[in-house]
Design a protein around this ligand. Structure first.
Ligand SMILES: *Cc1c(COP(=O)(O)O)cnc(C)c1O
Length: 376
């Protein structure tokens, strides 16, 4: 039996052709025509005017914070239910992450808890500068409401859209909210360049500055002149070529991932204690990963029993993100919540969700889940 992965890369002949074209052109540097074109094409797809192609989504988050003047002594409100990269970026600039819980309704940042955290942190004398919500597993939180809150409170909104390229909420695209947003093209994301990211913004100055900082902050002189500490964060032209090919096929990839979500939902609808990720009114997920909650009392088995039974048949499934406020590395950071993300982590499982998953693969996953010993 071949191994079924959670979310493997899915390439087409177009990526190969563009990559070879880039190779043969000898534009191997972290600049070149494919970088410029990838930026233009991704910005157009998202519906924002400006984009800077970077070496990772984490680099995009790091620069986003730096470019808004966030640093030592500042606090940033951040989704606790996320991948570590979101919180790590806050640490890179010397600021303090303040973790905010998720809602039951969309598993994303809880705006009531944001307000509670803001009031409490300010009362403690903390300087809260920014809010970093995460578009979780392709689902967007109520970012319009968060935008309004940030406007009212004088905060910078930085959207971590790493998992949500192609998603929408209330007819606005992931990546179009707030001051700027970060996308990721890591190997397991909906499109990949093996490693890469993009900072997008409505603000030309921010993106211009991101390009400058990501290429070692070189001043326009014939010799190497520097007045600022820069970074080596630019995307290579070879990888940008792959990204362009991937982007051409994104709509089909979203359709394939949605088909996974629909198929799992239908095939497992009658299993007691199984509940899938919600899709609130007005949201349109890219269905990056299909996630299921397994109530052990009702199902007769817990999440780990299902995961291990799948693993024994070479099927990769993973628990949902372990909340940041439970991570030893962030144990000293303030956290506001009511236990939602802790419960999601305890009982949630991400199922194989790749766009290259065949009907046969999916049937194998479903049959295997249904044959978990003890399942009702
Ligand atoms: C993948 C991911 C990132 C980081 O992206 P990289 O390109 O791997 O650096 C950041 N935030 C979230 C929520 C992610 O899932």
């Amino acid at each position: 039996m071949s191994r079924i992965y959670l979310s493997p890369p899915h390439m087409s002949p177009d990526e190969r052709e563009l990559l070879l074209e880039a190779f043969d052109s000898n534009w191997i540097a972290p600049l070149g025509p494919h970088v410029d074109a990838f930026e233009r094409e991704l910005a157009a797809f998202v519906g924002v005017p400006y984009a800077a192609a970077l070496s990772s989504g984490t680099a995009a988050l790091h620069l986003a914070l730096l470019l808004h003047g966030i640093g030592a002594g500042d606090s940033v409100l951040c989704s606790t239910f996320t991948f570590a990269a979101t919180a790590n970026a806050i640490r890179y600039v010397g600021a303090e992450p303040v973790f905010v819980d998720a809602t039951e309704a969309d598993w994303c940042m809880d705006i009531e808890q944001v307000e509670r955290a803001l009031a409490a942190e300010r009362a403690r004398g903390k300087r809260v500068k920014a809010v970093m919500p995460v578009d979780l597993y392709g689902l967007l939180p109520d970012l319009a409401a968060l935008e309004a809150l940030c406007e009212r409170e004088g905060l910078v909104l930085i959207e971590d859209a790493a998992e949500a390229l192609g998603s929408r909420r209330d007819d606005r695209s992931a990546g179009s909210f707030g001051a700027c947003a970060a996308f990721s093209f890591n190997g397991n994301k909906i499109i990949t360049t093996s490693g890469g990211g993009m900072l997008v913004s409505h603000d030309a100055g921010i993106v211009e500055r991101a390009r400058y900082l990501s290429t070692q902050a070189r001043e326009p002189f014939p010799h190497y002149e520097h007045v600022t500490v820069g970074f080596n964060y630019r995307l290579s032209n070879l990888l940008a070529a792959v990204g362009r090919g991937q982007l051409m096929h994104l709509p089909e990839r979203i359709d394939a991932r949605r088909a996974n979500a629909v198929a799992y939902r239908e095939a497992l609808a009658d299993v007691p204690g199984f509940r899938f990720m919600p899709e609130p009114e007005g949201t349109e997920s890219n269905h990056w990963l299909t996630c299921v909650l397994i109530d052990p009392e009702m199902a007769g088995v817990d999440r780990e029993a299902v995961r291990e039974h799948l693993a024994a048949d070479q099927i990769e499934a993973r628990p949902l993100w372990k909340p940041m406020h439970l991570q030893p590395v962030f144990a000293d950071c303030p956290s506001y919540g009511s236990g939602v993300s802790e419960r999601l982590f305890a009982i949630g499982l991400c199922l194989p969700s790749g766009s290259s998953l065949t009907d046969g693969d999916r049937a194998r996953v479903i049959d295997r889940i249904r044959s978990t010993p003890g399942l009702r």
